[in-house]
Ligand binder design. Sequence first.
Ligand SMILES: O=C(CO)[C@H](O)[C@H](O)COP(=O)(O)O
Ligand SMILES: [Fe+2]
Length: 208
Amino acid sequence: MKIAPSMLASDFTRMGECAKSVNAADWLHLDIMDGHFVPNISFGPDVVKALRPLSDLTFDVHLMISHPKQYIRQFAEAGAEIITFHVECDDDIDETITEIEKYGVKPALSLKPGTPVECLYPYLDRLYMVLVMTVEPGFGGQKFMADQMEKLRALRAKRPELILEVDGGVNRETAPICRENGADVAVAGTAVFRAENIPAEIALLRGE
Ligand SMILES: O=C(CO)[C@H](O)[C@H](O)COP(=O)(O)O
Ligand SMILES: [Fe+2]
C-alpha cells in the first residue's frame, strides 16, 4: 500500500521542511478546504505551487470545496498530478472531470462517510481513482470509521483496475484494516507528522 502524508498535519511555520521530511513516502496529499463545503479553511494553490519544487512525490490534491471547477486550472498550474473533488459538491461532476482532463491531470472523486457508494457509479469509467473518506471531511486527527471499508470492497468488485485511496484516521492500528480491504493508497497526516521516526513510520504503515 502506498502512503500519502497529509500536509494538513504538518507544522505550517515550516511546511517546506515538512514536505522534504516525508520524501520516503509515495504521494504528497494536499487538503484544500474552503470554509463552505467543510467548516475549516486550510490553504490554496499558491501553497501547493511553493511546495512543488521541494518534493519529487506525486502531488495528490484533495479539494473539499463547493465549487471545484473554477479552481482546476490554478491547481493544475501549481503542479497537481491528481485532483480529487467531492461528488457532493455544487458543480456538474462530468464538466469538472472534463476540466481536470483538459490540463492533463488525473481525475478522482471522493465521497463523505454518509454518501452511498452507488453515487459514484455513473462516473467510474472516467476516473483514475476514488478516495474513500474514513472520517467526516474537514479536520485531521479524527477516528477511523471502519464501516467505510465495505465501499472499498464494492468498488474493487465493480472496477478491479481502479485505484482506491482511503483518507482519515489511518495509523499503525488502522492501516492493516485498509490493506486487508484492498486500499492501494492511504493518506496519513497525524500518524506521519507526529511520528518520532518518519521514514520508519511510513514503512510500518505500508506494511513493510
Ligand atoms: O481530508 C482530510 C480531512 O478532511 C485529511 O486528509 C485527513 O484528515 C488526514 O488527516 P489524519 O491522518 O490526521 O486523519
Ligand atoms: Fe484529505
